[in-house]
Design a binder for this molecule. Structure first.
Ligand SMILES: Nc1ncnc2c1ncn2[C@@H]1O[C@H](COP(=O)(O)OP(=O)(O)OP(=O)(O)O)[C@@H](O)[C@H]1O
Ligand SMILES: [Mg+2]
Length: 350
C-alpha cells in the first residue's frame, strides 16, 4: 500500500479505531490526535507497517474499492455503512402495536422509607478491604456506592488520599456533587478533561483516563501525585476493563496502581469476576477478594425504541427480579433484527 493509500484509509476511520490499530505498535498513542497518529503510522518499520495494513484489510471497511468507486474523488466516496440507510417506517408495516410510555412506567415509584441496614455482602466487602483488594460484582441498584463510601471514610480517617474514578465526565461530576454533599466541599476535588477543582483534597474524583495519565506521569517522575499517601483507588463501572477500545486504560491503571493503595473495583456487569480477581492477585502484592452478590434489589424493566419511533418492551416478562435469567421480547427481537439488516446488510458486516 502506498503512503497516499494508507493516509486515505486512515483518514476515513474514526480516531478511536486508529487507537485500536496503534495498540502495541505505537508508544503512548492514546495522547495523539488523528493527524499525529497517521504521521506516526507512516514512519513505522516495514514489518510492523505491513501487519497494520493486514489488520486494516481484515477488520475495517474494504480496502480494495471497486474500480468505478476508486475513480471517484474521496469526498464523493461512501463507506459501506453510509450506503444502507434504515427505512423510516420499519415498525409500521407489521408486528405488535407500539407500547406506550405510560404502560412502560406503570407501577414505578419510590418505596416506603425504612431504617437503613447494610446488607451482609456490603459489610463483608468493607471489612475485606482492610487486608485485601476487593472486587464487588453486584447488580445495578444493589448498593455498591455504600461500599465505596464506607471504604473512603476508613481510608480518610487514616489521612490517606482516596481516588474514585468513573468512565464518564458526567458521572464524575455527579459523584463530585454527591460526595461533596456527604464529606463537605473542602474534602473533595475533581479532575476531568473539563474541570479541575480542589486538586489537593483528600478525596479526588476523576475519569479513569485522567488517573491512568497521572500514574504514567508519576512513573516517569513528571509530577507528584501524592503517591505515598494514596490509600485507596476505587474504579467504578470497572466492566470497562473488557471494552475493546478503552479497556487498556483500566488495565494500565490497575498495573500502575501503587502497591500500598487498596484497589476496589465495582461493577454490575463483569461476566468473569473470579478470573479478574485471580489476575489481580497474580499481579499485585496482596490478594484480591471477590464479593459476588447476585440478588437484584431493584427490579429491572426495559424497553427498546426503534429509530422509527416504535417502543417495545425489552424483556418477555415485564420486570426482571432477583437476578433471575431473562429472555428478550419477541417483538423487540424482530425489530432489532430488522434494524440490523437495514443498517448493515444481510451478513451483518461492518
Ligand atoms: N442495604 C441497603 N438497603 C436498602 N437500600 C440500599 C442499601 N444499600 C444501598 N441502598 C440504596 O440503593 C440505591 C442504589 O444504590 P447504588 O447507587 O449504590 O447502586 P449501585 O450498586 O452503585 O448501582 P449501579 O450499578 O447502577 O451503579 C441507593 O438509593 C442506596 O441508598
Ligand atoms: Mg454505582
Amino acid at each position: 500500500m502506498t503512503d497516499e493509500e494508507l493516509i486515505s484509509f486512515l483518514e476515513d476511520l474514526p480516531l478511536r479505531r486508529l487507537h485500536v490499530l496503534a495498540r502495541g505498535r505505537v508508544h503512548r498513542h492514546f495522547r495523539m490526535g488523528k493527524q499525529r497518529l497517521i504521521d506516526v503510522f507512516l514512519k513505522l518499520p516495514p514489518q510492523i507497517r505491513s501487519a497494520l495494513e493486514e489488520d486494516l484489510r481484515s477488520t475495517t471497511i474494504p480496502i480494495k474499492a471497486s474500480p468505478p468507486e476508486a475513480q471517484q474523488p474521496r469526498s464523493q466516496k461512501k463507506s459501506s455503512r453510509q450506503l444502507q440507510t434504515p427505512s423510516r417506517h420499519p415498525g409500521k408495516s407489521s408486528g405488535e402495536p407500539s407500547t406506550t410510555v405510560a404502560d412502560l412506567l406503570e407501577g414505578l415509584g419510590v418505596p416506603p422509607s425504612t431504617t437503613f441496614v447494610p446488607d451482609p455482602w456490603q459489610v463483608d466487602a468493607v471489612s475485606q478491604l482492610a487486608t485485601t483488594d476487593v472486587i464487588v460484582s453486584a447488580p445495578t441498584g444493589s448498593g455498591k456506592t455504600y461500599v465505596a463510601v464506607e471504604a473512603m471514610k476508613q481510608a480518610m480517617a487514616k489521612d490517606s488520599t482516596v481516588i474514585y474514578t468513573s468512565p464518564l465526565k458526567a458521572l464524575s461530576n455527579t459523584k463530585y456533587m454527591e460526595f461533596s454533599h456527604l464529606f463537605g466541599h473542602e474534602q473533595v476535588g475533581i479532575l476531568t478533561g473539563d474541570r479541575r477543582d480542589n486538586a489537593q483534597a483528600p478525596l479526588l474524583i476523576m475519569t479513569t483516563e485522567i488517573l491512568r495519565n497521572l500514574l504514567y506521569d508519576a512513573a516517569s517522575g513528571e509530577i507528584d501525585l501524592r503517591l505515598n499517601t494514596l490509600g485507596l483507588v476505587i474504579l467504578d463501572e470497572s466492566q470497562f476493563l473488557a471494552d475493546p477500545e478503552r479497556g487498556v486504560v483500566w488495565e494500565e491503571t490497575i498495573i500502575f496502581c501503587p502497591t500500598q493503595a487498596r484497589l476496589l473495583l465495582l461493577s454490575a456487569s463483569i461476566g468473569n469476576p473470579q478470573e479478574l480477581a485471580d489476575w489481580l492477585t497474580s499481579i499485585r502484592p496482596i490478594p484480591c477478594h471477590l464479593i459476588h452478590h447476585r440478588r437484584r434489589s431493584v427490579p429491572l424493566r426495559g424497553a427498546y425504541l426503534h429509530p422509527a419511533g416504535k417502543l417495545s418492551p425489552l424483556f418477555k416478562s415485564r420486570d426482571i427480579t432477583q437476578g433471575a435469567g431473562y429472555a428478550f421480547h419477541p417483538e423487540t427481537k424482530r425489530l432489532f433484527s430488522k434494524y440490523e439488516l437495514e443498517t448493515f446488510g444481510p451478513r451483518g458486516g461492518r
